[in-house]
Write a protein that binds this ligand. Structure first.
Ligand code: NAP
Length: 536
């Protein structure tokens, strides 16, 4: 048997780094396993041109260390991938975390041993490690949706998935590039690829809503304001439904204002940029009619920016409410369609048939390409856990337990899988919240729980079936009346063929969720079964 730790942590992104720091602060031993060659998670893998965060930098960062917060200076309103990676490397160094991380190591299996109340974790290097706790800090958008297009391997040129971009970058100069997909990754990368390539052909299955980032150097007034009021603003962010202060949500209902006023409100928020548009009215995510007013506003914006009316019409989303899929935040996306070297193929008019050696063939034509970019997203929220052979009590297999969709208690633990924690798991706000806020809350809840267990010499904690059933029912119940089930989104697993259609994140709002987690803990971990261990 290999080494033994209090906890094994899988993944060295935002979650894994903070988890390691917290457990070490509590005097516990922990080992992080990370498949990449460095820290960063999402920001390590997603290096495509134009990759940047869609929440203002000062909000999309750790708040646990006032010193870190005070010393780090962001150079852009929305930090780019290289800057975020630099930040996470700085965090790893500043808190001395590197020696606790084993890189280029993928965890392949985690099996719970009931006799010892410990997990045995196996890696692709053939190691076995045991630990009382196993923390899955594996990320929600970390497993790329594999391109399954017929003929894919016949393509003569290079091809890349945006989520697995080469570290050395890609030079598109003089090339004809095919981009498949029009989600956030495509919307951020297309303007940059088009500025370099000879020609870009974009293959669109569903147009998305995108709002301008108005990115640039941070506004000095905003920086000064944040510096003076950081603690208060961080607190205010945590009191908003999405954990984002810049959304600046109003309670006014769209139906309470006339068309001209609404237009003025939307216009002001369009000028602010980013997710502020979704904060315009209190009913945009709950009332389809209210939502339609914002849809109409953005549709007109698209028609105003894109000069060719036929192309503009193809780019206007018509099949789902705004916000029901993650809103995209762009720099010059719609303008890119005014360039001579950019063309749009609507896959609803001409379905994609196959990839051929020289490009992409649809039902109507073959589009020649020297390179293909697959911007087709991720097996979200459950993908990374599904890749690990996770077995709980009685050898129960997590993948089988989740065959009809993920079931958790609070998105943190799963009945039948004691001492296994998931950071921002399905059933928690996760992707419907500022991830930095959601991650900190989960890491702190998990580490507090582990400390509490230690103080009481408890060997195992496990969600009860009853608490899990009740929570899953609640997660579904709160999602049902919202706009969210009205889109074929990755929130529902709809982007991965064969994946069960279940609304995975918790839409009840971050403060409600956090209070529930705190109440559960304060009541002695209500809804969890606790096992004492005489050996402790
Ligand atoms: P995505 O939002 O899932 O978009 C994937 C795109 O590929 C969609 O347009 C999808 O079309 C298309 N697609 C998938 N399979 C296809 C197929 N077989 N044929 C044709 N088209 C296909 O993925 P993403 O753009 O990588 O973004 C995922 C999430 O990551 C975002 O929602 C966001 O949360 C996060 N992200 C954030 C940023 C940021 O701004 N900071 C940047 C990138 C990603 P359908 O819509 O029809 O399925």
């Amino acid at each position: 048997m290999g080494q033994s730790y209090d906890a094994v942590i899988v993944g060295a992104g935002f979650s894994g780094l903070y988890m390691l720091h917290r457990l070490r602060q509590q005097g516990l031993t922990a080992r992080v396993f990370e498949a990449g060659t460095g820290v960063g998670g999402t920001w390590y893998w997603n290096r495509y041109p134009g990759a940047r965060v869609d929440i203002e930098s000062q909000e999309y960062s750790y708040s646990f260390s006032p010193e870190l917060d005070a010393e780090w200076v962001w150079s852009e309103r929305y930090a780019s991938q290289p800057e975020l990676l630099k930040y996470l490397n700085h965090v790893a160094d500043r808190f001395g975390l590197r020696d606790g991380i084993q890189f280029e190591t993928r965890v392949t299996a985690a099996h719970f041993d009931e006799a010892s109340n410990r997990w045995t974790v196996t890696t692709d290097r053939g190691e076995t490690i045991t630990a009382r706790y196993c923390v899955m800090a594996t990320g929600v958008l970390s497993v790329p949706n594999e391109p399954a297009f017929p003929g894919k391997d016949s393509f003569q040129g290079p091809s890349w998935h945006t989520g697995r971009w080469p570290h050395e970058g890609v030079d598109f100069t003089g090339q004809r590039v095919a981009v498949i997909g029009t989600g956030s990754s495509a919307i951020q990368s297309i303007p940059q690829i088009a500025a370099q390539a000879d020609h870009v052909t974009i293959f669109q299955r569903t147009p998305n809503f995108s709002v301008p980032a108005h990115n640039g150097p941070p506004d000095p007034t905003v920086v000064a304001d944040w510096t003076a009021n950081r603690e208060q603003y961080r607190r205010e962010a945590r009191e908003t439904g999405f954990g984002i202060r810049m959304v600046d949500g109003r309670e006014t209902l769209a139906s309470e204002e006339d068309e001209a006023t609404r237009r003025a409100v939307y216009e002001a928020r369009w000028q602010v940029g980013g997710f502020a548009l979704l904060g315009a009215y209190g009913d945009l995510t709950s009332d389809l009619d209210a939502n339609a007013t914002a849809v109409a506003f953005v549709a007109d914006k698209i028609r105003g920016i894109v000069k060719d009316p036929a192309t503009a019409e193809k780019l206007v989303p018509k099949t789902f409410p705004i916000g029901a899929k993650r809103l995209c935040v762009d720099t010059g996306y719609y303008d890119t369609f005014n360039r001579d070297n950019v063309s749009l193929v609507d896959l609803n008019d001409e379905p994609l048939v196959e990839i051929v050696p020289t490009g992409v063939r649809t039902a109507a034509a073959t589009y020649e390409a020297d390179a293909i970019v697959y911007a087709i997203g991720f097996d979200a929220m459950t993908g990374a856990l599904g890749k690990i052979d996770i077995r709980g009590r009685g050898g129960a297999v997590l993948k089988e337990a989740w065959a009809a969709g993920p079931r958790t208690y609070l998105g943190l633990m799963v009945a039948g899988f004691p001492n296994l924690f998931i950071v921002t798991g399905p059933g928690s706000p996760s992707v419907l919240c500022n991830m930095a806020v959601a991650i900190e809350q989960h890491v702190e809840w998990i580490s507090d729980c582990i400390a509490w267990m230690g103080q009481r010499q408890l060997g195992a904690i496990e969600a009860t079936e009853a608490a899990q059933d009740e929570w899953v029912a609640h997660v579904n119940e709160v999602a049902e009346p919202t706009i969210f089930p009205h889109a074929n989104s990755w929130y529902l697993g709809a982007n991965v063929p064969g994946k069960p259609r279940v609304f995975m994140p918790y839409i009840g709002g971050f403060p409600v969720y956090r209070d529930k987690c705190n109440e559960v803990a304060a009541a002695g971990y209500q809804g969890f079964a606790l096992t004492s261990d005489a050996r402790l």
